[in-house]
Design a protein around this ligand. Structure first.
Ligand code: HEC
Length: 222
């Protein structure tokens, strides 16, 4: 009885996170707190910010911001319970093979900068960035970190996205991919993966095992 009552707030929080409202609220709070004229002398939050709009950053500049954000991003993603997402995913992914040389901002994934890692099982196939005859082996794991840099240069972590290739026949509707995401504050994001992930990945990239790949200048090959 108590358990059922106690479960309610947890579900409400998950749904909020899934709609992105937790993030929006955080953004609103940060905007209000920071104000437009916050200078780099603010030590707590502004230390990774750019001196120009995110859209004007070069690859090297975006990389410098990513290097600065890396520790706080991982701390955020690691916080709290991961729910249905295996916690070792978040613990492990930074040790996987980087597939990006610079954070690419191709406009997908809400216009954020993207940085991709792939585990050893999937690395050889993924890093070919092939358009034909792509078959990622079962057990492949891909993580995509995201961050945004606003028009006034404010750098902020976005969600951490995962794709996991399951054994053939596990999930035919998604090409045997599992999709999941962790919010910047570490909460598992309650999303309708068919509509929010699979539709874009499968419709646009179904001919290459649903893989989007980093933009050309951001790719690292083997
Ligand atoms: C509007 C289209 C779109 C939607 C929706 C979308 N993605 Fe992606 N995704 C892409 C594109 C394009 C790339 C490659 C972008 C890049 O790295 O520059 C990508 C890359 C990825 C990657 C790296 C592997 C790859 O395909 O190269 C992961 C992991 C990922 N997305 C997970 C997700 C998850 C989880 C969701 C749902 C919450 C999602 N995506 C929703 C378009 C989309």
């Amino acid at each position: 009885m108590n358990g059922a009552v106690l479960a309610m707030p947890a579900i409400a929080i998950l749904v909020l996170a899934g709609c992105g409202r937790v993030e929006d609220t955080a953004e609103a709070v940060a905007d209000t707190a920071g104000g437009a004229d916050t200078t780099v002398s603010e030590p707590a939050t502004g230390s990774c910010d750019a001196d120009k709009p995110g859209a004007e950053l070069t690859g090297e500049e975006a990389l410098a911001i990513y290097e600065c954000l890396k520790p706080s991003m991982l701390a955020g993603y690691s916080a709290g319970s991961k729910g249905w997402i295996p916690p070792e995913r978040v613990a492990d992914y930074r040790g996987w093979v980087p597939a990006s040389s610079i954070p690419g901002a191709p406009g997908y994934h809400a216009g954020r900068f993207l940085f991709t890692y792939v585990n050893e099982t999937g690395a050889a196939e993924y890093l070919r960035y092939a358009d034909e005859n792509v078959t990622m082996p079962a057990g492949s794991l891909i993580a995509k970190e995201t961050f945004s840099v606003s028009d006034d240069g404010m750098a902020k972590a976005g969600p951490l996205f995962f794709m996991e290739k399951t054994p053939a026949g596990t999930s035919p509707a998604t090409g045997d991919w599992y999709y999941y995401a962790v919010a910047p504050n570490g909460s598992p994001m309650a999303i309708d993966v068919m509509a929010a992930c699979n539709e874009c990945h499968m419709v646009n990239f179904g001919y290459r095992d649903s893989l989007g790949y980093p933009i050309g200048e951001a790719r690292i090959s083997r």
